[in-house]
Design a protein around this ligand. Structure first.
Ligand SMILES: Cc1cc2nc3c(=O)[nH]c(=O)nc-3n(C[C@H](O)[C@H](O)[C@H](O)COP(=O)(O)OP(=O)(O)OC[C@H]3O[C@@H](n4cnc5c(N)ncnc54)[C@H](O)[C@@H]3O)c2cc1C
Ligand code: FES
Ligand code: FES
Length: 482
C-alpha cells in the first residue's frame, strides 16, 4: 500500500472525511473538484484520465459504502464524481489493491491471461474486475461483460480480459478491504460545499438556504458541464443520499420509484417484474454509469434522447414534484416536457419520485434501443411499445419514441390505427407508412433523419411481430474459447 500525504486546497469549505486506500483522509476542496483531479494531484496517478466524460473507464475506481454493517463496493467514473460526494466512503484505487501477500486476484489474473498491452486502460479494467470479486459476483460471462461494459481497450482486445475476470471470480478469496472498521471516523457526511441532506426535510432546508445551488444526483449529466464546458459550481446539493428519494415503495396498485434510485438498483428491482426494462437497462450507459445515474436525473435533465421517458410514457407514469416549501404536485409524464431540454420543473422544485401503475407491467412490452455501440452509448432512436390483446388482435396500444424530436414523443395516431386490428402484412405496411408521415426526425451526429425514420418503422414492425409470435426477441451472447 502506498502512503500519501493528502493536501487541502480550499480554505473556505469545511473538511470532509473519507478513506482512500485504507487511509483516513480529510478533504477540503471546491464543490466541483472531481475525485480524479483529487487523486491524481495527490500522487495517485495509477488512475488515468482518458475522456473526462464517463465514456472510457480509464478513471474507474472502486467505492466502498457501509450498508447495514456490511461493506458494498461499486465502480464509478472518478472523472465525473465530485470528491465531496464521496464523504464517508472508501475509495480504492489501483495502488490500493495489492498487499504484502501479493496481487489482488483481479490483477493476478490480468497478468496470467495477458490482459494488458499498452496498459493505459488496465487500472480501470482491474478496478472493474476487482469490484466484482469484492462483491462475490458469480463467475458468469454476462456478469463480467456487464462489469467491464464501461471500460474501453484499444489494443489488447476483450477476450483475455473477460477470461481474467472469469478466473478471478472463480477463485477463493478473503478480502481485507471489507473491514467495517475503515468507516469508524467517517459516519457523518459533509456539510461543506457539497451539501448532503439525508432526508427530504433537510433537502428542502438546504434548497431554501442555498437557492442558487444546483442539485446533483449521480452527476453523470451535470458533471459533464464541468469537465466538457468548464462551468463552475460554487455549491451543490446532493440528492443521492436523501432517504425518501432513494427508496422504492409499493401500494396495492402503484410502484413509487424515488428520484435518486440508480439504474443498478432499478435492474435489481425489476429483475422479476419487467425483463424488457432490464434488457434496456443493460444497454443504458455502463456499469459505472448505472451505479451512479438516477431515474430522476434522467428526467430532470430534459434530454430528448434519454432512455427512460419513452418507457415511462408507455407505462403511464406520473412524475411527483415537490417545492422547497413542501408543496407537491403530480404531472403526467406526457406533460412533463415543454420543449428541447425544457421541463415543467420550477426553479425551487425537485423530483421526488415517479409513480408507475402496477397493471402496466402486465402488458406485453418491448423497449428497443438503437445506438452505434451495444454498450455505453446514447440512443440514436429509442422505441417503447406496449400492447394488449391475444397476440393477433390488439385491444390497446401505447407507443413512444426518444431521439425523434425535441422531446420524447408518444404516437396516439399510430395507436388508434392499431387498436381493434389483426396483425398482418397489410397492417404492418399501413402503420409503417403512417409513422413516416407523422414524424419528422432530426439529423445530427448520431443519425440522419432518414435513418431514424427507417429505424422507427422497423422497431414498430419488430414489436408487432414479436407480439403476434411471428418472430422471437434477439439474444446476443459471447462465448469464450476453451
Ligand atoms: C458515458 C455516459 C453514458 C450515458 N448513457 C446514457 C444512456 O445510455 N441513456 C440515457 O438515457 N442516458 C445516458 N447518459 C446520461 C445520464 O447518465 C442519465 O441521464 C442519468 O440518468 C442522469 O442521472 P444523474 O443522477 O446522473 O443526474 P445528474 O447528472 O446528477 O443531474 C442531471 C440534471 O438533473 C437535475 N436533477 C437530478 N436529480 C434531480 C431531482 N431529484 N430533482 C430535480 N432535478 C434533479 C440536476 O440538477 C441536473 O440538472 C449517459 C451519460 C454518460 C456520461
Ligand atoms: S476518463 Fe474516461 S471515463 Fe473517466
Ligand atoms: S491495453 Fe492499450 S488500451 Fe487497453
Amino acid at each position: 500500500m502506498i502512503t500519501v500525504n493528502y493536501h487541502k486546497t480550499c480554505p473556505n469549505g469545511q473538511d470532509l472525511k473519507l478513506v482512500i486506500n485504507e487511509q483516513a483522509v480529510e478533504v477540503n476542496e471546491s464543490a466541483d473538484t472531481t475525485a480524479l483531479q483529487y487523486l491524481r494531484s495527490n500522487g495517485l496517478t495509477g488512475t488515468k484520465e482518458g475522456c473526462a466524460s464517463g465514456d472510457c473507464g480509464a478513471c474507474t475506481v472502486m467505492v466502498g459504502e457501509l450498508n447495514g454493517g456490511k461493506v458494498q463496493f461499486k465502480t464509478v467514473n472518478s472523472c465525473i464524481v465530485p470528491i465531496g460526494q464521496l464523504a464517508g466512503m472508501h475509495i480504492v484505487t489501483a495502488e490500493g489493491l495489492a498487499d504484502q501477500s501479493g496481487l489482488h486476484p483481479a490483477q493476478d489474473e490480468m497478468v496470467a491471461c495477458h490482459g494488458s498491452q499498452c496498459g493505459f486502460c488496465t487500472p480501470g479494467f482491474v478496478m472493474s474486475l476487482a469490484a466484482m470479486v469484492e462483491n462475490g459476483d458469480p463467475a458468469k460471462i454476462e456478469t463480467v461483460q456487464q462489469g467491464i461494459s464501461g471500460n474501453l481497450c484499444r489494443c489488447t482486445g476483450y477476450r483475455p480480459i473477460v477470461q481474467a475476470g472469469m478466473n478471478a471470480l472463480g477463485r477463493d478469496y478473503e478480502s481485507r478491504l471489507q473491514d467495517p472498521a475503515f468507516f469508524k471516523d467517517t459516519k457523518s457526511p459533509s456539510q461543506g460545499n457539497v451539501q448532503q441532506p439525508l432526508n427530504e426535510s433537510a433537502l428542502r432546508e438546504a434548497m431554501v438556504q442555498y437557492p442558487k445551488a444546483s442539485l446533483i444526483a449521480g452527476g453523470t449529466d451535470l458533471m459533464l458541464e464541468v469537465t466538457q464546458r468548464y462551468q463552475h459550481f460554487e455549491r451543490l446539493i446532493d440528492v443521492s443520499r436523501v432517504m425518501e428519494l432513494r427508496s422504492i415503495t409499493e401500494t396495492q396498485d402503484t410502484y413509487c420509484i424515488g428520484a435518486s434510485v440508480t439504474y443498478t438498483e432499478l435492474e435489481r428491482f425489476f429483475a422479476q417484474r419487467s425483463q424488457s426494462l432490464v434488457s434496456l437497462l443493460h444497454r443504458l450507459g455502463s456499469r459505472q454509469i448505472r451505479n451512479c445515474g438516477t431515474i430522476g436525473g434522467n428526467l430532470a435533465n430534459g434530454s430528448p434522447i434519454a432512455d427512460m421517458p419513452p418507457v415511462l410514457i408507455c407505462w403511464g407514469a406520473t412524475v411527483e414534484l415537490c417545492t422547497s416549501s413542501g408543496q407537491t404536485r403530480g404531472v403526467s409524464i406526457n406533460e412533463f416536457y415543454r420543449g428541447y431540454r425544457q421541463t415543467v420543473l420550477q426553479a425551487d422544485e425537485y423530483i421526488a419520485g415517479i409513480r408507475i401503475p402496477k397493471r402496466s407491467l402486465d402488458s406485453f412490452a418491448r423497449f428497443y434501443k438503437s445506438s452505434k455501440r451495444i454498450e455505453d452509448d446514447i440512443s440514436s432512436v429509442m422505441g417503447a411499445f406496449l400492447f394488449q390483446g391475444d397476440g393477433s388482435e390488439i385491444t390497446a396500444a401505447r407507443i413512444a419514441f426518444g431521439g425523434m424530436a425535441a422531446t420524447p414523443v408518444s404516437l396516439p395516431g399510430i395507436e388508434d390505427i392499431l387498436v381493434g386490428k389483426t396483425i398482418n402484412k397489410r397492417l404492418l405496411s399501413e402503420v409503417g407508412e403512417a409513422i413516416g408521415e407523422m414524424m419528422s426526425p432530426m439529423t445530427d451526429v448520431r443519425a440522419s433523419a432518414e435513418y431514424r425514420a427507417a429505424m422507427a418503422r422497423s422497431m414498430l414492425e419488430r414489436a408487432l411481430n414479436e407480439f403476434s409470435g411471428v418472430s422471437k426477441p434477439l439474444v446476443m451472447e459471447l462465448k469464450l474459447h476453451a
